[in-house]
Design a protein around this ligand. Structure first.
Ligand code: SF4
Length: 243
């Protein structure tokens, strides 16, 4: 894999970031206090870098690291139930080398796929504030602009969906309102919702946006999101990538 110039300095900048005092305090406190089942394990306790191939055509945008998942392991969706669901689906669809994601040294690799988040530090109750989401937005902007091969974007949950729309019109010469298509309504989030985000400089290629319910335990335990529903998202991604 050829690594684009932006990638490594960008990842380090994320890891070193301390812009949000509440989240910095929380992620570090959780890393010290831990939970009983992981009491003997070291915790990452920092902002979590993105994971995958920076040349990928599929970009997945999640919400934020889980306190005892990615905030513990240091890799997106790794070491928690949400990750079990996501990587199982990615493996079935051919984007992940294995269905499990337990630790950074578990040999998992992603193919043509890159996973990022709206907020990169674990928030209390999984709820970042708007200020924190705004503070982290610039990192998503960088990825949006520096990854020219992205053709399909999967937004896990409405917060991620809305952020993708926002980032897609950052350089909209028509004024940054809407989503770059004059006189058309803003895309509405839903499971398997599909929209086109028109290319605007510096990203010239149109991108498909697919909405998906987040594979959080709140959704998977209640049956709001089933395995078949999540598989359908990545099956659709494959269809769009082969068009
Ligand atoms: S949430 Fe984002 S902006 Fe805030 S401290 Fe973490 S990495 Fe930095």
């Amino acid at each position: 894999m050829t690594v684009p110039d932006f990638y490594e300095p960008f990842q380090q900048q994320v890891i070193d970031c301390r812009k949000c005092p509440r989240l910095v305090e929380w992620r570090e406190q959780v890393a010290v206090e831990k939970v009983k089942r992981f009491a003997d394990e070291p915790y990452w306790g920092k902002a979590v870098p993105s994971f995958g191939d920076p040349n990928a055509r599929l970009l997945i945008v999640g919400l934020a690291p889980a306190a005892h998942g990615a905030n513990r392991t240091g890799r997106m969706f790794t070491g928690d139930r949400s990750g079990d669901w996501l990587y199982r689906a990615l493996h079935k669809a051919g984007f992940a080398s294995q269905p499990n994601s337990t630790a950074v040294d578990d040999k998992l690799t992603l193919k043509d796929c890159y996973i990022t988040a709206t907020v990169r530090c674990a928030p209390p109750q999984n709820k970042p504030t708007k200020e924190e989401t705004d503070a982290c937005h610039g990192y998503l902007e960088t990825e949006w602009q520096q990854m020219p091969n992205v053709k399909v974007v999967v937004a896990l949950g409405k917060i991620a969906f809305d952020r993708v729309i926002k980032v897609s019109c950052i350089k909209n010469p028509k004024g940054g309102k809407g989503h770059g298509i004059p006189n058309t309504p803003k895309p509405v989030f839903g499971h398997l919702s599909e929209d086109i985000l028109p290319g605007v400089p510096p990203v010239l290629m149109d991108r498909h946006l697919i909405g998906s319910y987040h594979p959080s335990q709140q959704n998977t335990f209640t049956g709001r999101l089933t395995e078949e529903m999540l598989d359908a998202v990545f099956n659709r991604v494959n269809e769009l990538l082969t068009d």
